[in-house]
Design a protein around this ligand. Structure first.
Ligand code: G4P
Length: 197
């Protein structure tokens, strides 16, 4: 997606070989016009699916996910993160380990909002090791619902999440794929060389 790729190129800050800072438009200050375009792009890529819910994880996934849900005209659910949890019957819970933050969060979704009739599109801002996406997919599967696919704004293709999700059989749509962050520069993956307007 050209708009997002240009934004990453112009405003992304390479913090290290592993981490790209995008807090001026994606995960602190947010660009609403860009978010709207991201929502349209995901809605169009998954138009053939009969999606009933969009699912993301707080906090930075919420903006691209609400715009996607708005386009598809279905509800958005965001999984909540908490450090520890008193077990309760009315929520789905899964453990998600973050390599970036070196912490495990329990993610929770109320059973009220998802059931076996749902076909769920998972959206997130970043894909690195895939832990968050797999955790969300496990929540969907706990509910007996089906995963329509996984839409990611920025995939760090040099980390294993994308390959693992595809290997597990999920349809993955990443709007921008980053091949590397060497020498303080963003290298885009080849698939993004052919850009759509
Ligand atoms: P994974 O889910 O793919 O395994 O990724 P990982 O655990 O490594 O990432 C955990 C958090 O770090 C996620 O945010 C993810 O969005 C963020 N993240 C990963 N790589 C980068 C990066 O290169 N740049 C930036 N800016 N963020 C990155 P989170 O825990 O869900 O936090 P939140 O910001 O959504 O609240």
């Amino acid at each position: 997606m050209k708009l997002l790729r240009d934004k990453v190129q112009q405003d992304g800050i390479v913090l290290s070989n592993q981490v790209l800072k995008v807090d001026s438009f994606l995960n602190h200050q947010m660009d609403p016009v860009l978010m709207q375009e991201i929502g349209k792009e995901f809605a169009s890529r998954f138009a053939a699916e009969n999606i009933t819910k969009v699912l993301t994880i707080e906090s930075s996934g919420i903006a691209p996910a609400i715009m996607t849900a708005l386009e598809i005209k279905v509800p958005l659910i965001f999984a909540r993160k908490q450090k520890s949890l008193t077990l309760r019957d009315d929520i789905f819970t899964e453990k998600v380990y973050s390599f970036t933050k070196q912490e495990t969060n329990e993610i929770t979704v109320s059973k009220k909002f998802m059931d076996a009739s749902d076909h769920v599109l998972i959206i997130d801002d970043f894909l690195a090791n895939g832990e968050a996406a797999f955790g969300l997919a496990r929540v969907v599967e706990q509910a007996g619902a089906s995963v329509a696919g996984i839409g990611i704004a920025i995939e760090k293709a040099f980390q294993p999440g994308g390959a693992k999700l595809k290997e597990a059989g999920y349809r993955l749509e990443s709007l921008v794929r980053i091949a590397g962050l060497e020498d303080g520069e963003v290298q885009f993956a080849e698939a993004d060389e052919v850009v759509t307007p």
